[in-house]
Design a protein around this ligand. Structure first.
Ligand code: NAD
Length: 469
């Protein structure tokens, strides 16, 4: 089946990649892989489409709103596809689909809010009879390069604001999850987007590099690892980017917190999508006075999580994206244990399924603590004074999101100033995103903000006009 979208036509690639069900291993489809010449062709046609485009903000609003409705209409098919491609249990796939509806709706609304601002030129002494204002214009071609762990909603967070802003879009989804991206492109076209305004190319690093090498692309909206993000930024030069990169997220639990609520949030944030979330709780710091009770509650809640076959209705933690990914995480657990860490629960692996794991007696120099594990593994540490926990959370090269549980507002506000992260969530775990937020990192977690309101502005150019009258 032709599943590349170039110059408004569904077309074939230069080879085919077999797509297997993540859990059963059964073939579910095959996908064409693009050649580098097809990337050039996609950019040429996107450029022409952008220059010829007459889509008004009202058109863009209508298309994105209709796309949101189509996601609702096709939700069961999308849930099945996301689940098959990623191995997510239904609860995670459903969440991905529900959030995408909102992301599209929010983007539709932003198409109606594209405004510049008046510039008070007459604040300049002696200057009269001149007005100035800015207008926002689309950049041209926005290229979205996306990761495997959110095949629908992260893709929507790139593509929908780019459309709302009036750009032409080229999408390169993760080679692990290309089929959901095909479904999203079909849906956007069915919603009224001219097919030439969105291109879809499949492939891995080679195709990504070819996209970065093409100077006609104005903007790269990237979510993925810090290693690849750095390479993209190096290739983009002076062109603008939005880089949503890796993370080692921490959550801090003070002794005065509601411990049961904190456990429930940490378990959800640590293990949903099998821990393959950029804001997943990896490091969990608990104040000494509460450590025994919190640990008991945490271990009991983790042991109670059904894991394994994602097609079973009760499963909460499904397989990781591949057996290799699960083996890598398992080997880090083994290394940590050899260096003195203790498995408080979990730690076992069957194929790509890693049992939800809690580790105690961890040290900051263990890989499970100082590299992004991207797996269902929580590392528990005990702290005395809050400053100690803040320093520990800040000590990684990353800065995407952090959680803090306390019932003391003053502690929360003070800590908020000291924690160096793009998002600080009080009485929530690090993974507490909702789609209307400005979402993004600092330090090695990148820069730029997702969230339709913020992304639309990043994907436009602000121009100043002044008029003497
Ligand atoms: P990845 O970096 O391996 O791949 C991401 C995308 O980049 C894929 O589409 C891939 O094909 C492409 N790519 C690979 N090499 C490239 C190159 N040289 N040039 C251009 N494109 C290239 O990431 P992944 O394994 O798919 O996803 C996991 C990572 O994503 C984790 O580090 C996670 O923290 C991060 N992530 C971050 C956020 C965030 O919002 N900050 C959200 C989700 C995932």
């Amino acid at each position: 089946m032709a599943q590349l979208l170039i110059a408004g036509r569904w077309t074939d690639g230069i080879s085919r990649q077999q797509m297997l069900h993540r859990f059963t291993g059964q073939a579910i489809d095959s996908i064409p892989v693009a050649g580098v010449a097809q990337v050039t062709e996609a950019v040429t046609s996107a450029q022409q489409a952008f220059e010829a485009s007459r889509l008004t903000p009202s058109d863009r609003h209508r298309i994105l709103g209709r796309a949101a409705s189509l996601v609702e209409e096709r939700r069961e098919d999308l849930i099945a596809l996301v689940s098959a491609e990623t191995g997510f249990p239904r609860v995670d796939a459903e969440n991905e689909v529900n959030r995408t509806v909102l992301t599209l709706q929010l983007s539709a609304e932003e198409a109606h809010r594209i405004v510049g601002e008046m510039v008070p030129l007459e604040a300049t002494p002696g200057l009269t009879d001149r007005i100035g204002f800015t207008v926002l214009v689309p950049l041209g071609i926005v290229c979205a390069i996306t990761p495997f762990n959110s095949p629908l909603n992260v893709v929507a967070h790139k593509v929908a604001p780019a459309i709302a802003a009036g750009n032409a879009v080229i999408l390169k989804p993760s080679e692990h999850v290309p089929l959901t991206a095909v479904a999203l492109c079909r849906l956007l076209i069915d919603a009224g987007l001219p097919a030439t305004m969105i291109s879809l190319v499949h492939g891995g690093a080679e195709i990504g590099r070819a996209l970065v090498a093409d100077p006609r692309i104005a903007f790269y909206a990237f979510t993925g690892s810090t290693r690849v993000g750095k390479e993209i930024q190096a290739g983009a030069g002076l062109r603008r980017t939005q880089l949503e990169l890796g993370s080692i997220a921490s959550t801090i639990v003070c002794a005065d917190a509601d411990l049961r609520a904190a456990v429930a949030k940490c378990v959800s944030a640590g293990f949903r999508k099998a821990g393959q979330v950029c804001t997943s709780v990896q490091r969990l710091y608990v104040q000494r006075e509460a450590a025994t009770q919190f640990t008991e509650l945490l271990v009991a809640a983790t042991r109670a999580l059904p894991f394994g076959d994602p097609s079973l209705p009760d499963t909460v933690v499904g397989p990781m994206i591949s057996v290799e990914h699960a083996k890598r995480a398992e080997s880090w657990i083994g290394e940590a244990c050899a260096a003195g860490a203790r498995v408080l629960c979990g730690g076992t692996r069957s194929g790509a399924v890693l049992a939800p794991t809690v580790l105690g007696d961890v040290r900051p120099d263990m890989k499970v603590m100082c590299e992004e594990i991207f797996a269902p593994v929580l590392c528990l540490s005990v702290f005395d004074g809050l400053q100690e926990a803040i320093d520990a959370a800040n000590s990684t090269p990353f800065g995407l999101a952090v959680g803090l549980f306390t019932s003391d507002l003053s502690v929360a506000l003070k800590a908020g100033r000291k924690l160096r992260f793009g998002g600080i969530h009080v009485n929530e775990a690090s993974s507490a995103r909702v789609d209307v937020m400005p979402f993004g990192g600092v330090k090695d977690s990148g820069f730029g903000r997702e969230g339709p309101r913020y992304a639309v502005r990043e994907m436009m150019e602000e121009r100043l006009l002044t008029i003497r009258y």
